[in-house]
Write a protein that binds this ligand. Sequence first.
Ligand code: ADP
Ligand code: MG
Length: 273
Amino acid sequence: MPLLSIRNVSKVYYPRNQQSVLALDQCNLDIAKNEFCVIVGPSGCGKTTLLNIIAGFENLTEGSIVLNGSPLAAPGTPVSPGPDRMVVFQHGGLFPWMRALENVCFGPIARGQMTPAEAREKARSLMARVDLHDMEDLYPEDMSSGMRRRLEIIRSIIGEPEILLMDEPFRALDAMTKAVVQDFLLKIFDTSPHTIFFITHDLTEAIFLADKVYVMTSRPGRLKKMLSVNLPRPRTLDLVNASEFLRLKDELTDVIHEEAQKAFELGEREAAR
Ligand code: ADP
Ligand code: MG
């Protein structure tokens, strides 16, 4: 049984005084426990919409989502966020007024999941795993962007969510920092597996991280193609030059190119209206 099962999910937005927008059209996707699932697709195709529905920030219009055998979302049923689904946002979500350690401990203490002492102990051991052991008293603004991203990952896994939802989390990082943070994320994934739903528009990142890469169509978003990435783990950066890696990237580039072209044409038509 898949951990997360997305069945025929459609989403229509009804913006005030504007035409409705069909953002997702009959999406189907299963994610197995401890699978690293990556979604790629052209801008505006509905990736964030799908993540927001899983996270409980948006309702769906049609279809259903089942997490661990229990219905999570269905039409007309209000959904809500929960500690079983933690989100790492593109623009970050650390509390600027809290020090690093407090940021990591806040969620599980606030939810009554851990005592402050338990949370601090777990936070310290997780921070050490991403080389942040000396940073517990720093405020986010005193950390580099790469450190903040590592801290956010730790903060989102301390409460052991069922699934980690990541929406282009490394988009704003420079190439070097991105490589370092990807490496830390994979180290965590290799030593204590998690189920991850990860959105990116970076195809190298997609293949480097994923067990499976799903390509979404231009709007309305559907899941068009799935590529299995059977590259061995643990993965290191030199893998990006391996022939199988390059073959997968070629294949993915072709599919994406076709969709990007369609998205561009859709944009042109809408602009001309
Ligand atoms: P992506 O993350 O793939 O770039 P989004 O999920 O953000 O795409 O958006 C998908 C489509 O839905 C876009 O056309 C976007 O303009 C539209 N959309 C997103 N959020 C809303 C909203 N709250 N109201 C109306 N339209 C929206
Ligand atoms: Mg988005």
